[in-house]
Design a protein around this ligand. Structure first.
Ligand code: FAD
Ligand code: NAG
Ligand code: NAG
Ligand code: NAG
Ligand code: NAG
Ligand code: NAG
Ligand code: NAG
Length: 585
C-alpha cells in the first residue's frame, strides 16, 4: 500500500531533520557502499581559515596547528618550515621518555598508530608528514575551551579526538585529519576526609582534574594526614579520569579495593551537545553508570572526577626472575611460569596483584604486591609458589621487602616504562574458572604466544577480594577475573601494509584464538585489547552491551565522539586506509 500523504510528510520531516543534524556531511561511495563522512581538509564542508581563527579566539588563543613531535628534526611538513635544532635535540633526548611524551600536545606513548611518518632524525632532509596525527590541537585550559572544541567539531562535522596522556595502546587518542582536544592541563586536586555528595558513602574522597596522572596523585595522597591511597594504574603516567577509568581501570590495589571504576563517585563532563553535566547517583544516573567502564571518549569529555580514597596499609612485595642467567631450557622455564600463573586465584583471593613481563627465556615478575601484609605474611602466602618452583627444580632469583605504606612500595618497586615503542596489542581476561579447569592449557597458550613472536605483559588481578561489587559498566567478567594478559607484537608504524596485516593476523587469529580457547570463560578489556577482537561488543562488555548502546544513542546520537570498538561504533568505519571516518549508510 502507498503511504498516505500525512505519513509521507512525517517521513520527509524525519529525513530533513536527520539531514539538519549533519549540516556539513561528505557523501562518499566506496566499493559499492555508501558513507556519510566527517569533513577533512580539501572537502567543501571543511572550515575556512576564518572559522579556525574564530575558534582560536573562543579558546583564548590555545588553538595550535598540530605538529608531530618529530617535526623540529625535519626541514618542513606540507610546506610549513619546522626545523629547530634546539627543539630537535630535546626530542631526540626525550622521545623514549614517558613524562615528556605525555606533556606534548599530541604525542602518543606507543607510536604504532601514529603511522611513524615523522620520526626524530639527524637528517632534516628526510620527509615528514602527519601520518595519523591530527591537524589541529586545542590545549584546553578551561571547560569552556573543551566545550568550544566539541561544538566546533559537531557543527563542522570534524573528526574529534580527546587526548589526555596519549597512553592509548590502541591508537584512540590520535587520528588522521582530526581536531584534538588536549585535557592534560586540568591538574586541580582536592581531598576530603568525608564525602558529602549523593549516596550513602561518607568516607574519604578526592576530586581531580582530567589531566591528573596517577603517580602525582599517589604522591599527593601520601602527603595527606593520615596518608590515603587511590585505586589507579600500575603505570606512573597514565591518567586516572580519562580513558583509564572510563574503560574500567585495573592496578596494584584493584584486587584489594576494586577496579578504579568501582570507586568513582561523581563525574563532571561536557556532553556531545556541549552541555556541562554532572553524573553521579543523583544526577544523570544512567550516564554515571556508563562512564564507569562503558568506554573511553564515548559518552562525554570528563573535566573532573571524584573517587574514593582509602586508608594506607603497610605492604610487602616479592620480586622473581627466571631468565637465561638461570636456565636455557625452555620446558623448565615454562614450569617456572606455571608455578606462578597457576596460583593466580590464590593471589587475588588474598587481595594481591602481580605484574610480570614474559618473553622467550625472560620471566620478570616485578612485583608481587601484598597489600596490608608484612614480610612474614607475604612469605607465607607466596610459599606455595616457591614450593612449586623447588619441586620442579626451576632455578630463580627472588627478593622480598616490606614497606610502611603501599606508596613506599610503589615508588621503590614499580619500574618506569619507556615511550616510543612500536607494537600492536591484544589481550585476554582469564577467570577463576579458567584457572581451575585449564591452568596448564593457559600455559600452553602462552608458549604459542611466545612462539609467534608475541610477548606478554601480564597482570594477576581481580576486583574480587573484599571489595564491594558496584553496579557499573565494566565487563562483568572482571568480577570473576584472576589474570589479565596483554599480548604485544613489535611492529613499526611505518612497516609495509602487508607486514601490518600479518602482525594483526597473529594477534587476532593465532595468539587471540589460543587464549580465547584456553580461557573460554574470560573476556577482553577495552583499554588493552585487540581492535579486531571478534564479537568485541560481547568480549568487552558482556551482557552490558545492549544498555551501553542505548545510552550512546541517547547521549551522543550524531557520533561526535568516536573511539574504535566502543559502543555504537559498529555503525562507523574508517575508510581510505585509516584516513576517513564515516558513518555507514
Ligand atoms: C604504559 C602503559 C601502562 C598502562 N597501565 C595501565 C594499568 O595499569 N591499568 C589499566 O587499566 N590500564 C593501563 N593502561 C591502559 C590505559 O588504561 C588506557 O590506555 C587508557 O585509555 C589511557 O587513558 P588516558 O586518558 O591516560 O590516555 P589517552 O591516550 O590520552 O586517552 C585514551 C582514550 O581515552 C579518551 N580520553 C582521554 N581523555 C578523556 C577525557 N577527559 N574524557 C573522555 N575521554 C577521554 C581518548 O579519546 C582515548 O580514546 C596502560 C597503558 C600504557 C600505554
Ligand atoms: C591562536 O592564537 C594565538 C594567540 O594569538 C597564536 O599564538 C596562535 O598561533 C594562534 N593559533 C593558530 C592556529 O593560528
Ligand atoms: C601509513 O603507513 C602505511 C605504511 O605502513 C602507508 O602505506 C600509508 O600511506 C600511511 N598513511 C599515512 C596517512 O601516513
Ligand atoms: C644461556 O645461554 C646464554 C647465551 O649462550 C649464556 O650466556 C648463558 O650463560 C646460558 N645460561 C645458562 C644458565 O647456561
Ligand atoms: C589489615 O589487616 C588487619 C589484620 O592484620 C586488619 O585488622 C585490618 O582491617 C586490615 N586493613 C584493611 C584496610 O583491610
Ligand atoms: C635475569 O635475572 C637477573 C636476576 O637474577 C636480573 O638481574 C637480570 O636483569 C635478568 N635479566 C633479564 C634480561 O631480565
Ligand atoms: C562468574 O562465575 C560464576 C561462577 O562460575 C558464573 O556463574 C557467572 O556466570 C560468571 N560471570 C560472568 C559474567 O562470566
Amino acid at each position: 500500500m502507498w503511504p498516505t500523504t500525512t505519513a509521507l510528510l512525517v517521513f520527509l520531516e524525519i529525513v530533513s531533520s536527520t539531514t539538519a543534524a549533519w549540516p556539513s556531511e561528505q557523501l562518499v561511495s566506496k566499493g559499492g557502499k555508501a558513507y556519510s563522512c566527517k569533513c577533512y581538509p580539501g572537502d567543501a564542508c571543511y572550515p575556512t581559515s576564518d572559522e579556525w581563527r574564530k575558534l582560536n579566539a573562543t579558546v583564548g588563543g590555545n588553538l595550535q596547528v598540530a605538529l608531530p613531535p618529530g617535526a623540529p628534526c625535519h626541514n618542513s611538513l606540507n610546506g610549513i618550515p619546522t626545523f629547530d635544532a634546539a627543539k630537535c635535540a630535546d626530542v631526540m633526548a626525550n622521545f623514549m621518555g614517558e613524562q615528556w611524551t605525555t606533556d606534548q600536545p599530541i604525542a602518543n606513548l606507543w607510536t604504532y598508530w601514529t603511522n611513524d611518518t615523522c620520526l626524530p632524525t639527524t637528517d632534516p632532509g628526510t620527509s615528514c608528514t602527519r601520518g595519523f596525527y591530527g591537524d589541529w590541537v586545542i590545549l584546553a585550559q578551561t571547560k569552556e575551551h573543551i566545550k568550544a572544541g566539541i561544538d566546533f567539531a559537531r557543527e563542522h562535522n570534524l573528526r574529534l579526538v580527546i587526548r589526555n596522556t596519549g597512553h592509548d595502546f590502541m591508537g584512540r587518542s590520535t587520528a588522521f585529519g582530526a581536531l584534538v582536544v588536549n585535557t592534560h592541563s586540568f591538574k586541580t586536586v582536592s581531598f576530603t576526609k568525608k564525602y558529602t555528595g549523593p549516596g550513602r558513602y561518607r568516607g574519604g574522597a578526592v576530586t581531580i582534574g582530567a589531566g591528573i596522572q596517577v603517580r602525582e596523585l599517589y604522591r599527593l595522597a601520601n602527603q595527606q594526614s593520615p596518608p590515603v591511597v587511590v585505586v589507579g594504574g600500575e603505570c606512573p603516567t597514565v591518567g586516572l579520569a580519562g580513558g583509564y577509568i572510563q574503560g574500567g581501570g585495573h592496578g596494584p590495589m584493584a584486587s584489594f579495593y576494586g577496579m578504579a571504576a568501582d570507586n568513582a563517585l561523581s563525574f563532571n563532563i561536557v556532553t556531545a551537545t556541549g552541555q556541562f553535566a554532572t553524573a553521579n547517583e543523583a544526577q544523570n544516573a544512567d550516564l554515571f553508570w556508563a562512564l564507569k567502564g562503558g568506554g573511553p571518549s564515548t559518552f562525554g569529555v570528563v573535566v573532573s572526577l571524584t573517587v574514593k580514597t582509602f586508608p594506607e596499609v603497610p605492604s610487602a612485595s616479592v620480586i622473581l626472575n627466571i631468565n637465561s642467567t638461570h636456565t636455557n631450557d625452555t620446558e623448565l622455564f615454562f614450569k617456572g611460569v606455571a608455578a606462578v600463573h597457576n596460583l593466580a586465584n590464590h593471589f587475588v583471593d588474598n587481595g594481591m596483584f602481580v605484574y610480570y613481563e614474559l618473553m622467550p627465556l625472560r620471566f620478570h615478575v616485578q612485583p608481587i604486591v601484598g597489600p596490608n601484609m608484612t614480610a612474614a605474611q607475604i612469605t607465607k602466602v607466596v610459599q606455595p609458589m616457591f614450593d612449586a618452583l623447588n619441586k620442579a627444580g626451576v632455578p630463580y632469583s627472588t627478593s622480598t621487602k616490606a614497606f610502611n605504606t603501599f606508596f613506599d612500595l610503589y615508588i621503590d618497586i614499580f619500574e618506569d616504562e619507556a615511550a616510543g615503542s612500536d607494537a600492536l596489542i591484544g589481550g585476554r581476561i582469564i577467570t577463576h574458572e579458567d584457572i581451575d579447569k585449564n591452568a596448564a592449557g593457559i600455559i600452553d597458550a602462552y608458549k604459542a604466544t611466545l612462539n609467534s613472536g608475541t610477548f606478554i605483559i601480564g597482570h594477576i588481578v581481580g576486583p574480587g577480594f573484599g571489595a564491594p561489587v558496584v553496579d557499573n559498566a565494566i565487563n562483568p567478567v572482571w568480577r570473576n577475573a584472576s589474570s589479565f594478559s596483554i599480548t604485544t607484537i613489535p611492529i613499526a608504524g611505518n612497516a609495509p601494509l602487508s607486514d601490518k596485516a600479518q602482525a594483526q593476523n597473529i594477534i587476532t587469529n593465532v595468539v587471540g584464538k589460543a587464549l580465547r580457547e584456553a580461557a573460554p570463560h574470560g573476556g577482553a578489556y577495552v583499554n588493552e585489547g585487540d581492535l579486531e577482537e571478534p564479537n568485541w561488543q560481547t568480549e568487552f562488555w558482556g551482557s552490558h552491551y545492549p544498555r551501553l548502546l542505548k545510552l550512546k544513542e541517547k547521549w551522543d546520537p550524531t557520533g561526535v565522539f568516536y573511539a574504535r570498538t566502543t559502543p555504537g561504533t559498529e555503525d562507523w568505519e574508517v575508510i581510505d586506509h585509516g584516513t576517513r571516518l564515516c558513518r555507514k549508510l
